[in-house]
Every structure is written in structure tokens, then in C-alpha cells.
Design a protein around this ligand. Structure first.
Ligand code: TRP
Length: 483
């Protein structure tokens, strides 16, 4: 059987894929969003439901997505098309890929605005604005930023431009190397902050809040938020993992001449995959990524809530500003806080960048495959689209704050619609596609010999457990929210 070859190049090694995909998964969702939604939805019980969603729905679907990508070796739309054609099912399935790309651009539009806040905070850290800051002053600083649309737009634009520049340079060359530095640095800083909060903050209260189970705070709508977040944080449902999966080395079956030629045609430096006797296990890689992603979310939340519970002015249900209000208080009060703040906000920006790139990449890859324009021009146009939609999010915090629909601002609606509706729906389609429509022979071919044992469990979960649970949460969550 002839194996599909991609034109975008391959990751240098399995670890580059793991770091790049971890870089995509770990981002603002873990650092900014998870703590605030856990705070708004009552803590421990929410965390537990979220873990169930990751394990029973997120991971099986993530494996399915990576598998389609590795089979098709192209952008999500074309990979779905390839796999559908190969399995003799309707080419209409590629619409799911398209839906994911659209959701991705909408997510990028607000993601970039929030990352712009982090960029601004990095600048504040540089000017030593957090020194001995009180919770009240920190809250004020944040509100002040939100009230100035021009400033928000400037930081939002700067962030999008950075992301576009990296994607334009080519993911394999730029990102592949960058993530190998960013991720380890991030983990070291996280450990230092965690150590600090254990010794200085209200760590016990934070632990209690996040890890004790109180089901009374749990409603269907919170469960839907947990499900949406599982998709958002694992970066699934929108083709990113599919696109990255397409660059996983196909050892040992790759005909290196074909790939190198195709890669040099599009100006990519093709890295020949290192020798590996068997196919790399997608399941193991996905499990590593999901575990790292979850550990980061919980660690960051422990840090943030130990600051929140040690200052009477701060509240767990602080909403989107939680990170930006509480972290400066911790950083400003600690020994060596200046350097830590500089490093930490710097790393938040970098981690957000490694995610933003992964959001842009699938659409850019698709257009590169489709049109005769250069990668650079395409990246710029796609970036512009996301930037433009992002203006709506900028104004949601000031000029349009009062214009709400169903009590949601533009930002809230976009956030809700993408994470809680489109991503789960796209995920459902992917589960059905791989579970029921893709030819088992092709699945087994991609799964590889190492995973053959757990393979049956995974397939059963993907076919029945994940879609059924997903549908229940989805329908009940929507009824609870809107009725
Ligand atoms: N998971 C990313 C984060 O934690 C956000 C995200 C959602 C994402 N979907 C994505 C990143 C797709 C890359 C690709 O910040």
C-alpha cells in the first residue's frame, strides 16, 4: 500500500512532536482559563468532572485526530478527505475539518487579545510595577487596562504579528526548535512558583478548594463548561492535533527522497526522521501530552488560589481577570520578584505563542496546499482575519460591555460558542468518523503493533462511551443554560 506523503516537512524526532503538541496544548487555557472557570464553577467537583471529560472523551478523540492526521499527512480538511476517500465514505466528512478551522480562527481572535494582556503585563513587570503591590491596587491596574481599547488593540496586534511571523517562517524550522527551549523553561518556573506558594500562600486552602469534592456546586451547565474546556485545553476538535499529527515521522516507511523534494519545493528544511524500528505510538504520545497539560492546569490553579485565599480582597470567582490580578500580588511580594515576574509573564507570552501558532497552522497549511500564494502572504491574511474578529473581544471589555445577548458579551458568546458548542460537535463527528466509518485496516495500520492490546479498549470507548457521554453532557448542558 502506498503511504501518503506530506509537503510541509516532518518533525525532527518524536520528542519534537511531543514538545510541539504540548506547546499547543499548554497555553492560556491552562494558565488563564482553567483557574478562573474552576473558581467560577465551585472548585473540586468541577476539577473531577473535568478529569473525567479528559480521560473518557478528550484522550480517545485526541488519539483519533492524531491518527487521521498521520494517515492523511496534510491539512485537516485534506487529510479527512483523503481518509474518507480511502475508506470509500462520503467526502462530505471533510466539512468537519473546515468547521474546526473556522472555530480555530474565532478562538485565535480572542486568544490573541488575552495574550496581549500578558504582553502588557510583561511590560509592567519590566517597569517593576508589581513591587509590593496590594490586591486592591492590582485589581485597579487590570481594570484600567481593560478600559483602554487603543492599548488593548496595540498589544493584540503585536501578538498576532509575532504568531504570523513564526508561522510564515515555517513550523518545522522555527517552532520545532523554539518549543524545545520554551517548554522546559516554563516547567522550571512553574516549579519555583509552586514552591513559593507552598511556603508563603494559603496553600492548604487552595488545595482544599481545588481537590475536595462538593457536588452541590455542580450543575449541568458547569459540566458542559468542563467538557468544552477539555477540548479547548487539549487543542482538539479543530484540527490542530491533526495538522501536527501529519508531521509525525512515518518511519521506517518514508521514502526520504520524495519527502525531501516536496519539502524543498515549499521552502521547508526537511528533517529526516531518526531511525526507529517501529511506528511511533500515537497513544503513548497523546497520553504524555494530556498528562503534562493536566498537571500544568492543576499546578497553576494551586498557585493562583493560594494567592487568592491569602488576600481578603480577592475572590475565587474573579472571572477572566483572575490570573492578571492575583499573580502580580504573589510576584510583587516575593524575594527576587522582579526577575520572576519578568520571566513568568515572558514565558506566558511564549507559551501562548506556541499555542497561537498551532491554531494558525492548520488553516495556513490548507491554503498552502490549495493556492499558489506564498506561506507568508497566506499567514498574513489569516492573521488579519483573526485580528479583525478580535476587535469584538477588545470592545467587549469597554465600549460594548453593556451590549449583551443572553447576558453574554461578544467575547463571552464567542468563547461559549466555540469551546462549548463547536469543539464538542466537531469532536463527536471525529469520534464517529474514526470509530464507525474509517476502515479498521487503516486504523490498525496507523496504530502500530505496540498498541494492539489497548487498541480494542480505545476503539470501544471511541465508538460508544465518548459519543454517548458527550451527547448527554452537551444536551443537558444547553438545556440547563438556556431554559
Ligand atoms: N490548548 C490551547 C491552550 O491551552 C488553546 C487551544 C485551543 C489551541 N485549541 C487549540 C491551541 C488548537 C492550539 C491549537 O491555550
Amino acid at each position: 500500500m502506498k503511504l501518503q506523503q506530506g509537503i510541509h516537512g516532518n518533525w525532527a524526532s518524536r520528542w519534537t512532536f511531543i514538545f510541539a503538541a504540548t506547546g499547543a496544548a499548554v497555553g492560556l487555557a491552562n494558565i488563564w482559563k482553567f483557574p478562573y472557570i474552576a473558581g467560577e464553577n465551585g472548585g473540586g467537583a468541577f476539577v473531577l468532572v473535568y478529569l473525567f471529560c479528559v480521560g473518557l472523551i478528550g484522550i480517545p478523540i485526541m488519539i483519533a485526530e492524531a491518527l487521521i492526521g498521520r494517515r492523511g499527512r496534510m491539512s485537516p480538511i485534506n487529510s479527512m478527505l483523503y481518509v474518507a476517500t480511502e475508506s470509500n465514505v462520503s467526502s462530505g466528512w471533510s466539512v468537519v475539518g473546515g468547521l474546526g478551522l473556522l472555530a480555530g480562527l474565532c478562538i485565535l481572535s480572542f486568544y490573541s487579545v488575552i495574550a496581549g494582556w500578558a504582553l502588557h503585563y510583561w511590560y509592567l513587570a519590566f517597569n517593576d510595577e508589581f513591587y509590593q503591590i496590594t490586591a486592591k491596587a492590582s485589581g485597579f491596574l487590570f481594570e484600567e487596562l481593560l478600559s483602554r481599547p487603543a492599548e488593548l488593540i496595540a498589544w493584540h496586534s503585536a501578538f498576532i504579528l509575532l504568531a504570523v511571523a513564526i508561522v510564515a517562517a515555517g513550523v518545522v524550522k522555527g517552532l520545532g526548535r523554539a518549543v524545545m527551549v520554551i517548554m522546559p523553561l516554563f516547567f522550571v518556573l512553574l516549579a519555583v512558583l509552586l514552591f513559593y506558594s507552598v511556603s508563603n500562600g494559603a496553600f492548604a486552602a487552595s488545595w482544599q478548594f481545588l481537590l475536595s469534592f462538593d457536588s452541590s456546586s455542580l450543575e449541568w451547565s458547569s459540566i458542559l463548561v468542563a467538557l468544552g474546556h477539555a477540548f479547548f485545553t487539549l487543542s482538539i476538535g479543530m484540527g490542530a492535533i491533526m495538522a501536527y499529527g501529519a508531521y509525525i515521522p512515518h518511519k521506517p516507511l518514508v521514502d526520504s527522497n520524495v519527502v525531501s523534494k516536496a519539502a524543498s519545493d515549499v521552502g521547508e528544511n526537511h528533517h529526516q526522521p531518526r531511525g526507529h524500528p517501529k511506528k511511533l505510538s500515537i497513544a503513548r504520545m497523546v497520553l504524555t501530552i494530556a498528562a503534562l497539560d493536566t498537571i500544568v492546569a492543576i499546578a497553576v490553579s494551586l498557585i493562583i488560589f493560594s494567592v487568592v485565599f491569602s488576600s481578603p480582597e480577592l475572590q475565587a470567582s474573579g472571572g477572566p481577570g483572575l490570573l492578571f490580578v492575583s499573580l502580580p500580588v504573589a510576584l510583587g511580594g516575593m524575594e527576587g520578584g522582579y526577575i520572576m515576574a519578568l520571566l513568568f509573564f515572558g514565558v506566558i507570552v511564549l507559551v501562548a505563542l506556541s499555542s497561537a501558532i498551532a491554531i494558525l497552522e492548520p488553516t495556513v497549511a490548507w491554503l498552502v496546499e490549495k493556492r499558489p500564494y506564498s506561506r507568508g502572504k497566506i499567514a498574513l491574511c489569516v492573521g488579519f482575519f483573526a485580528w479583525f474578529v478580535g476587535l469584538g473581544t477588545v470592545f467587549s471589555f469597554n465600549e460594548w460591555k453593556q451590549s449583551t445577548m443572553l447576558e453574554m458579551t461578544f467575547f463571552d458568546s464567542l468563547n461559549f460558542l466555540t469551546s462549548n458548542i463547536v469543539l464538542p460537535l466537531a469532536g463527536l463527528c471525529i469520534a464517529i468518523f474514526v470509530g464507525w466509518r474509517m476502515r479498521p485496516l487503516h486504523i490498525i495500520d496507523e496504530v502500530g503493533p505496540i498498541d494492539q492490546g489497548p487498541y480494542k479498549y480505545w476503539l470501544r470507548t471511541l465508538r460508544v462511551v465518548s459519543p454517548v457521554l458527550l451527547l448527554i453532557v452537551f444536551v443537558m448542558g444547553l438545556l440547563d443554560k438556556f431554559l
